[in-house]
Design a protein around this ligand. Structure first.
Ligand SMILES: [Zn+2]
Length: 366
């Protein structure tokens, strides 16, 4: 199928991006990947990061300009897969995303269209913050989910999507990926696109002010490494800034890294709304008003995991169609951050799952 790219509002023929720039780290890290058994720490993360989301996701409505944008864009895919050869990872991720979905539900929504995104130069998507690259037609919707993977909620979101034979994009938090790598792998195995959302959901504008650009860069890169390592598969060079706060230095940095940034067109505010019916009602009203767009939800949020079947049902009954985004290439992580993640995550042993009192017992003294 002909590949087209939208550059500055015009249609142009895409040039093939450098395979080297889009390659994935070949590493012994994957072979020594931890099978994290640290779910007990999850509560700490719930207290420390996602529930601390601020209420104001918009940074003033000013479109953010990208200093490093070069050629980048979106093309329709006809099932062709241009992901580079991967020798050290399973055949999942972008490769799986373009395979047809085995769909048992004859009335399912299904994917109406798949678009392939060339992340060269770090394009930005989502009209709340970025002006260009509006690739959706009337009544087309992209589903995105942030802050997972999370116990219970993410699997419920996966089931709702599978019941409608749909695929979505997940922006996972690095720390959460280390808590629930198996859940992240379920996301990958179902053919969804997986991007990243920092290591610990830090506000990168605040991080840049406090610790300089390196502090924000560390959050981004460590998050990417963690999601990649825990997914045990190639992930997309797709990134969403926590709280949709986009320090210009980091947009430039992501441009140099050939990572696309995704803001949103329709923010569900599901981190504020606690009742599933209310979430459905308010979100569908926003979608009808907008007519199309990238929707931001959270697979981390219980309310979303409960409401999603009815949200999808109402999107379908209102004539909306789902577009799935896949990356043209895969993310290349940086070895020093892979190393930092593995160091922090502790290496497992075959006996990792045994309770301590079955391994160590007191044989003398108190
Ligand atoms: Zn978030």
């Amino acid at each position: 199928m002909k590949r087209q790219v939208v550059v500055g509002g015009a249609i142009a023929v895409i040039s093939v991006a450098s395979a080297a720039a889009l390659g994935i780290v070949q590493s012994g890290w994957l072979r020594s990947m931890p099978r994290a058994d640290i779910a007990g720490d999850a509560a700490a993360s719930a207290a420390a990061t996602p529930q601390a989301q601020p209420a104001a996701p918009n940074i003033g409505g000013q479109p953010v300009r990208m200093a490093a944008a070069t050629s980048a864009g979106v093309s329709q895919t006809g099932g062709s897969n241009v992901a580079p050869q991967q020798s050290a990872v399973p055949a999942l991720g972008p490769a799986a995303a373009t395979k047809p979905i085995a769909c048992a539900n004859p009335n399912a929504m299904g994917i109406a269209r798949t678009v392939e995104i060339d992340t060269t130069g770090g394009p930005g998507f989502g009209s709340q913050h970025f002006k260009s690259y509006d690739f959706l037609q009337d009544h087309e919707i992209v589903l995105t989910f942030d802050d997972g993977p999370w116990l219970g909620h993410t699997p419920a979101v996966l089931k709702a999507l599978a019941d409608q034979c749909l695929r979505a994009t997940f922006f996972s938090i690095g720390k959460h990926a280390t808590y629930y790598p198996d859940i992240l792998r379920q996301v990958v195995a179902a053919g969804h696109t997986v991007g990243s959302h920092t290591w610990s959901h830090a506000d990168l504008t605040a991080a840049t002010k406090k610790g300089g650009p390196d502090a924000a860069k560390d959050e981004i890169e460590k998050g990417m490494s963690a999601v990649h390592l825990m997914a045990a598969a190639p992930i997309a060079p797709f990134f969403r800034f926590p709280d949709l706060r986009h320090p210009p230095e980091m947009l430039t940095y992501l441009g140099e890294r050939n990572v696309a940034s995704f803001s949103t067109d329709i923010d569900s505010w599901d981190f504020k709304i606690k009742k599933p019916d209310e979430l459905t009602k308010t979100l569908i009203a926003k979608v009808i008003k907008a007519g199309k767009g990238i929707i931001l939800m959270h697979d981390f949020q219980k309310v979303t995991s409960i409401a999603l079947p009815q949200i999808l049902g109402q999107l379908q009954s209102n004539g909306f169609k789902i577009v799935h985004m896949v990356p043209k290439g895969t993310l290349t992580t940086l070895p020093q951050y892979d190393e930092a993640v593995l160091k922090e995550n502790k290496l497992p042993t075959l006996a990792s799952n045994k309770p301590t009192d079955s391994v160590v017992r007191t044989i003398s003294g108190q």
